[in-house]
Ligand binder design. Structure first.
Ligand code: ZN
Length: 239
């Protein structure tokens, strides 16, 4: 089956923006979905819209393919979880080795809702920027989880979904390289300038790799990846 249409889980961060570029390069029609779970920092939702606008403006070859953006209100996540994303608690690592931003099964919810929208919009591929090489080791980002979700959603909705994870086996330096391959230096610049990663919502301190506090784990990861990318390390074997 030749896939033509995709729905991208798009948060306005570096990873999901790279996934969006990948989808725009690969499919004829691409829509985006984002979730508002009343994050402490509205900057993430603002970054989403800014990135979408800039992609439309700077990449005429993609503009015609980029369709509707869907934003779902997931205030309910705040009601069932207590994490530093939704409450005024400081970011820290838990004894489990997971950051306290971890909401158990959050990605399972996201994917289920994305599949529901994809069904309605007749989109075949669901693209998500989950990654096993990420520092945080979220169990709902693992490859096995994605394969299980693909099967569960396909059976449960009686529609053949493909869950695509372009970043699953690459690190942050390679994610920057992938962005460069997809959209050249202008996409890299767009990601640096407009995507948001920092857990503290810092948009005042500008670094070579973008805006952020430079202290939180998300900033550290992004900065380290950028250094690796700029240093031009040989790409790691994929798979
Ligand atoms: Zn930060």
């Amino acid at each position: 089956m030749h896939h033509q249409t995709a729905l991208v889980l798009f948060s306005g961060g570096q990873d999901s923006t790279t996934c969006l570029a990948h989808a725009l390069q690969s499919y004829a029609r691409v829509e985006t979905i984002g979730f508002d779970y009343h994050q402490r920092h509205r900057v993430e939702l603002e970054a989403r819209l800014k990135v979408l606008n800039e992609i439309r403006r700077q990449f005429p070859q993609w503009e015609g393919k980029l369709g509707q953006d869907h934003t779902l209100d997931l205030a309910v996540l705040g009601a069932v979880s207590e994490t530093s994303l939704t409450r005024e608690t400081a970011f820290r690592m838990e004894a489990s080795g997971l950051p306290n931003t971890f909401v158990p099964g959050r990605n399972l919810l996201f994917l289920t809702l994305a599949a529901t929208v994809a069904y309605r919009r007749d989109l075949q591929v669901i693209v998500t920027g989950v990654c096993e090489t990420d520092f945080s080791g979220y169990p709902d980002c693992r490859d096995d989880t994605m394969k299980a979700m693909q099967l569960a959603l396909s059976l449960g909705m009686d529609k053949r979904y493909l869950i695509e994870t372009p970043l699953m086996w690459i690190d942050k330096a390679e994610t920057w390289r992938l962005a460069e391959r997809l959209g050249g230096a202008s996409l890299v610049d767009l990601i640096v300038e407009h995507t948001h990663t920092c857990y503290l919502g810092d948009r005042t301190h500008r670094h070579a790799w973008g805006y952020g506090c430079a202290q939180c784990p998300a900033c550290e990861l992004r900065a380290r990846g950028w250094e690796g990318y700029r240093a031009g390390f040989a790409p790691k074997q994929i798979g």
